[in-house]
Design a binder for this molecule. Structure first.
Ligand code: PXP
Length: 240
């Protein structure tokens, strides 16, 4: 199973101070050296975290695979065609949301999405569609010509109790099996963490998991001890 690491929140941290650090490109290199199979960024229409500059540098520096999450907005599609990441994952986007809510409605937006998929294919960009684990959305994704789907694991991750978790897991398993059967590559992501990822890893048809928030949260916690020690040592060394 491959791991794509979403580094949007490295940029979110930078934007909290409108500062120059942390640099997403440095984070991407660290993720790759640590074993990530791909780097994921979302160039949102409001540019709240990842900026055009980040995307442009990442397209030149990422050595594994750059997966650009993006809406089907014309301006963003034009940028994607210009920078040509290895892969584009089409997602729904609403200005007010904290993170991507719900999957793309491929059934309702079929002709528009088909057009975008064709444009991206014209630049040799592989296309994945971020959808709910629903057979109708999966069939529509195949119809519009996408190579991959990414199953939204948000409902699974937010399950209130064990029963709901198992029900949502069964829905994801069924969706993965159906999508694989009709020839789609199957990825999954959203809300996966160090606990709920275990059952997802056991789904044989899955190709890649895209994970962001929980990894960045863990990085802050496991890195804090070292960061404080380094600062304390520096202060001790240079204090009069
Ligand atoms: N996959 C997609 C399509 C997403 O939009 C996101 C969130 O940016 C993720 C995966 C990663 O979700 P999380 O940050 O909750 O791990």
């Amino acid at each position: 199973m491959k791991l794509g690491v979403n580094i949007d929140h490295i940029a979110s941290l930078r934007e909290l101070r409108k500062s120059r650090e942390p640099e997403p490109v440095i984070a991407a290199g660290i993720c790759e050296l640590a074993g990530a199979d791909g780097i994921v960024v979302h160039l949102r229409e409001d540019r709240r975290h990842i900026k055009d500059r980040d995307l442009s540098i990442l397209t030149e520096t990422v050595k594994t695979r750059l997966n650009l999450e993006m809406s089907i907005n014309k301006e963003i599609v034009d940028i994607a065609r210009k920078v040509a990441p290895d892969q584009a994952t089409l997602v729904p986007e609403r200005r007010q949301e904290l993170t991507t809510e719900g999957g793309l409605d491929v059934v309702s937006l079929k002709s528009k999405i088909k057009e975008v998929v064709k444009k991206l294919h014209g630049e040799d960009i592989l296309v994945s569609l971020f959808i709910e684990p629903d057979r109708k959305q999966i069939d529509a994704s195949k119809d519009v010509g996408a190579e991959f789907i990414e199953l939204h694991t948000g409902a699974y991750a937010n399950s209130k109790d064990e029963k709901e978790l198992l029900d949502n897991l069964a829905i994801i398993k069924d969706a993965a099996s159906h999508a694989h059967k009709i020839g789609l590559g199957v990825n999954a992501g959203h809300g996966l963490d160090y606990k709920n990822v275990i059952a997802i890893c056991k789904i044989p048809q899955l190709n890649e998991l895209n994970i962001g928030y929980s990894i960045i949260c863990r990085a802050v916690i496991v890195g804090l001890d070292k960061a404080v020690r380094e600062m304390k040592r520096l202060i001790d060394l240079h204090s009069l």
